[in-house]
Structures are given as C-alpha cells and as structure tokens.
Design a protein around this ligand. Structure first.
Ligand SMILES: [Mg+2]
Length: 222
C-alpha cells in the first residue's frame, strides 16, 4: 500500500480519464478566469481537448507504454485546443512522451524527468517563458522543483513527492494573481491583468494535482 513507488502505464491511462473529469468539472471556472484576462474559452477548449484525448486512448492497445499514452494525449490537445493553448498543452504532453517511449513504469525520478522535458516544451513554445510572467509555467516550474528535490531524497515516497508537487503548483497558481501578464493575450492588458488568477496556471495545477489525487486514492493515504 504505502510503498507504491511507481506509476504504471495503466495508472497513467486512468489518470488521463480523471484529468478529463476534473477539467470538465472546472470548465466554467477556467472559462470565467479566462474571461477576465483572455477570450473566455479556456475551459471549453481544455474540455474539448481532454475529451478527444480520452476517446483516442480508448482506441489504444490497453498495454500501451506511457510514452504512447502521453503522445496520444499531446496530439489530441494539439489538434483540438484552440488558440495559443493547443501547442502549449500539446507540447507539454508530447515532450513528456519522448522521455518515456517504451516505458511501462514511472518512478519519482522519471516523473521529475518527464515534467522537466514537458516544462521545457512549454517554455520554448512560449518563446522562452520564465516564472513570474503569469502563465502555466508559474504552476509547473515550482512543482518540478519539488519533484527534483524529492527524487534526490530516499526518505520521500512517491505519494509524498506528488503531494509536494501539487502543493507547490497550487501556490504558484495563486502567486499569478498579483502578477502583470507578460505573455499572450493577457499581456495586452498590462496593469489591468493584475488581480486575476491565470487560467493556464490553473489548469496546469489541476492536471498536476490529479496525479496526486489518483495515487492518494490508490494507496488509501493522504
Ligand atoms: Mg483563451
């Protein structure tokens, strides 16, 4: 129970379906956040993207490796999520896929490696996005920092590593509220982007948190 130290491809498969449920539940919330500083479509777009991702996963061989699962998700997001978000979320998952092609188990070190590759994809697509610019990077970057630390620490379980990552992502998401947007449509607002939580950081947090929630439930711990 407590010593689950890998996510299997079956786990990752189930996590994607759960992300779809979570995004769907938060569709209005994400769209409302985007209405304040963007074009009010983030919830709708992300729901459509993860809906197609789950449909494509249903067509996959159930014994597919983690890389194939992530790549399938990334392609679906790239195809369906409109605007700037499609390539960003698509590359996040497609870059993660490249690290784990053929793998059927992810330990915490590997999870840190895939998130690092995913973050790099997001940063590159955004034109070198850094933390503090009010984007999804503000949620993913601190989560990665926690995962890297946890990966080096033998005493930290996978569940605890994911808990710390989710907590860091949440803090990073909330830290976007007072920031001035430096990227994308929100950046046109300048000072007026202050006081609003970034929708991309929010959906990124929800995605990261779902990995933790899934494992928490599987292990029966918290
Ligand atoms: Mg939008």
């Amino acid at each position: 129970m407590s010593d689950i130290n890998v996510l299997t491809s079956q786990d990752v498969y189930e996590i994607i379906f759960r992300i779809f449920d979570v995004i769907k539940e938060n569709e209005k919330y994400l769209t409302d956040l985007d209405a304040a500083i963007g074009d009010a479509d983030h919830g709708i777009n992300m729901t459509r993207g993860f809906k197609l991702a789950t449909e494509r996963l249903k067509e996959l061989n159930p014994s597919s490796d983690v890389g194939t699962i992530f790549n399938t998700v990334g392609m679906a997001l790239l195809e369906t999520v409109g605007g700037a978000a499609g390539p960003l979320y698509g590359m996040w998952f497609m870059n993660m896929a490249q690290v784990v092609m053929g793998k059927s188990e992810l330990d915490k070190k590997t999870i840190a490696e895939i998130l690092e590759a995913g973050l790099k994809g997001v940063q590159d697509i955004g034109g070198g996005t850094q933390p503090g610019e009010k984007t999804m990077v503000d949620a993913i970057y601190p989560a990665l920092e926690e995962l890297k630390k946890a990966a080096e620490d033998e005493s930290v379980s996978l569940l605890e590593a994911l808990r710390r990552a989710a907590e860091a992502a949440e803090k990073g998401m909330k830290a976007t509220i007072p920031m001035i947007a430096k990227r994308g449509r929100a950046s046109y607002l300048g000072e007026r982007s202050r006081g609003h939580q970034d929708p991309g950081a929010t959906s990124s947090y929800l995605i990261i948190k779902t990995f933790y929630d899934y494992l928490k439930e599987k292990t029966g711990q918290s």
